[in-house]
Write a protein that binds this ligand. Sequence first.
Ligand SMILES: NC(=O)c1ccc[n+]([C@@H]2O[C@H](COP(=O)([O-])OP(=O)(O)OC[C@H]3O[C@@H](n4cnc5c(N)ncnc54)[C@H](OP(=O)(O)O)[C@@H]3O)[C@@H](O)[C@H]2O)c1
Length: 292
Amino acid sequence: MLLLTGATGLVGRALLRRLTTAGEPVRCLVRDPRRLGSERVRVQIALGDLADPPSFRNAMRGVRTVVHLAGAIRDQPLGSIEELNGIATWRMVQAAERAGVEHFVFTSALGAVSHDRTRYLRAKALAERAVLASDVRHTVFAPSLYYAPGDPFLTLLERMAMVLPAVPVSGRGLALYQPIWAEDVAEAIAAGLAGPGDGRRRYELAGPQTLSYRQIAEIVLRAAGRPRPLVNVPTPLVSRALRVLETFMQSRTPATWDEAELLEVSMTSPHGSADAESLGVTPRAMAEVLGV
Ligand SMILES: NC(=O)c1ccc[n+]([C@@H]2O[C@H](COP(=O)([O-])OP(=O)(O)OC[C@H]3O[C@@H](n4cnc5c(N)ncnc54)[C@H](OP(=O)(O)O)[C@@H]3O)[C@@H](O)[C@H]2O)c1
């Protein structure tokens, strides 16, 4: 039995489809099973929440492999970014050790270091440290920015282009990414699970091109048929505006400052797409995936 967290997310959905097609017995730790869609009849369900570590224990019963994808880039009513990414992963590793799990697979992020300016990447660094220190055999995947047509990040950019004559960019938009399609990330994780692997414990998953945030936004807007000029908005102004929006709209806010700040921090690997290729996956360029 394989326990999958984050099965309703961008990569989780793509990975779950691959696992169930391959006939792998899967249990999903979810907050709301309805979000699994048609896959919910093909899997076991464990109700749980990253903010409720005791829920991990039941979910781990009889499990040999844990694939922990669930994470959050904004605070939730039950847990902060630090609790949901850092502490929850640490507690999940502990639960896996106690349950006798044989392999723990974790999705971190490129650029996750304990002194990063963003709360999310600092929390991921803590989580990664807990996984790497574990006695359970483990594999860490650290992706750059990933995306899929229709995902919330692309949709937000497209919506801004629908209503604004120019699309705002937080700061100078010069942070660098190697965007990778969520399907390619899922394929790489599936390959890492299926094969004996090369014994490595950490794979950096990056797309074939290094692009600035501005270049990414231009590709997305062109693909949506709405090319617009981009306007740089000074970071302190973005931070203040988004914090005001969060105060009034709370969880309904279209973007938080923590999310916007992530688009000012580079997420690149010096090896480019080599690690994905070592797993048999050749990541496609963003423009090609979006049909530009
Ligand atoms: N997106 C990127 O560019 C990127 C880059 C590097 C690393 N990552 C990391 O890769 C992993 C997967 O990201 P993603 O973009 O595929 O995810 P996503 O689409 O943002 O979805 C997040 C997943 O985590 C689950 N989740 C969130 N809060 C939860 C909670 N309190 N309890 C239980 N489950 C919870 C969500 O479940 P619900 O359906 O209940 O909301 C969903 O399945 C995450 O750890 C993310 O931090 C992402």
